[in-house]
Design a protein around this ligand. Structure first.
Ligand code: NDP
Length: 248
């Protein structure tokens, strides 16, 4: 039996790659998803084909009761309390401030920010009750470094996650739980490609490392923060953006 890692939003994009990467490292991976049951079943099949173990459940990240059920089921499946949580699930809207609907604002803040709070609280309680030292990694965004027009709701949610990371790290540190944030730059996934077919070229041209990011680029730093090599690192944000948001 491996160590249990819980990953939200594991059915697509970066989360899907994180599920595979953690399973390859020997973790038992329990992931949440929302609407796409078929994609979740594909991810489990992929992990099992590489000899790993994965468990999935549809669960709205911002629903406290559903999350308690998901985490209890994951713990039951793995036979042990979680050691890693990756708060990856997130949604994004492109809309100017003056046109952004109240409904959309609520959805983005609820999924991204409240979802991070709900999963952190539920999983941290399981880590403490199970006597585990734990590592929690929150997905922020490189867009926090700048002021991107038409991303006011998303940027507010990700800025909130960065601050949430710091306060959680201070409060959970005495329990042996570390909390850090990984802030990706432009990462090519099915979603970003669908939003802009020339996404890779557009971002590759303006990134100092002269290419767009991939989900693999995110998995390395997340694995580092999950493992013992980062045992004294907490409350930090690692920017994984090829330098694109460092330049003026
Ligand atoms: P995707 O859109 O590909 O995947 C989002 C995942 O979140 C899906 O598994 C989806 O499940 C799940 N999800 C959405 N809403 C909910 C909900 N209410 N409850 C539970 N699960 C939900 O996203 P990406 O891989 O592109 O992004 C992953 C993370 O990385 C996000 O937090 C994003 O903000 C961040 N990020 C991404 C960047 C990029 O360039 N791709 C850049 C910077 C940050 P389902 O499909 O089943 O609905």
């Amino acid at each position: 039996m491996g160590r249990l890692a819980i990953i939200t939003g594991g059915s697509s994009g970066i989360g899907r790659h994180l599920v595979s990467a953690f399973a390859r490292e020997g973790y038992d991976v329990a992931f949440g998803h929302f609407q796409d049951d078929a994609a979740a079943a594909e991810v489990i099949a992929e992990v099992e084909a590489q000899g790993g173990r994965a468990f999935a459940m549809s669960c709205d990240v911002a629903d406290m009761l559903a999350t308690e059920e998901f985490v209890a089921s994951a713990e039951n499946w793995a036979g042990e309390a979680p050691e890693v949580l990756i708060n990856n699930a997130g949604i994004q809207t492109w809309a100017p401030l003056l046109e952004l609907s109240e409904e959309r604002w609520d959805a983005v803040i609820r999924t991204n920010l409240k979802g991070t709070f709900v999963n952190t609280q539920v999983v941290a309680k399981h880590m403490i009750a199970g006597g585990k030292r734990g590592s929690i990694i929150n997905l922020g965004s490189g867009c926090n470094k700048h002021a991107f027009p038409r991303l006011v709701d998303y940027t507010a949610s990700k800025g909130g996650i960065e601050q949430f990371t710091k306060v959680s790290a201070v409060e959970l540190g005495p329990h042996g739980i570390r909390v850090n944030c990984v802030a990706p730059g432009a990462i090519e996934t099915a979603r970003t490609k669908a939003e802009a077919p020339d996404y890779a070229k557009t971002w590759g041209d303006v990134t100092p490392l002269r290419r767009v990011g991939t989900p693999e680029d995110i998995a390395g730093p997340v694995l580092f923060l999950a493992g013992d090599q980062s045992a004294f690192v907490t409350g930090q944000t690692i920017w994984v953006d090829g330098g694109v948001f460092t330049q003026a």
